[in-house]
Design a binder for this molecule. Structure first.
Ligand SMILES: [Zn+2]
Length: 71
């Protein structure tokens, strides 16, 4: 039994994405991750921008998991 090569007909061509087109998305997601890191690591712990304990309760397990000081 002969093995046939992968079919090429009907397969869409993959166009590479340039770094110039990718850079704004990388900056956006990098900033998003920094905001997330702030909320998990520092908000309502070391410093507090949002009053109350809601954010702390939402990210409490993640804070312990990542080793940030909590209580
Ligand atoms: Zn804790």
């Amino acid at each position: 039994m002969a093995q046939s090569a992968a079919p090429t007909a009907g397969v869409p061509a993959i166009t590479p994405v340039s770094l110039k087109a990718l850079a704004p998305w990388a900056v956006f997601f990098g900033m998003l991750m920094l905001v997330l890191l702030y909320f998990v690591g520092a908000e309502q712990g070391a410093i507090s921008v949002i009053a109350g304990e809601g954010v702390h309760e939402w990210v409490h397990d993640g804070r312990h998991l990542l080793g940030f000081p909590c209580h």
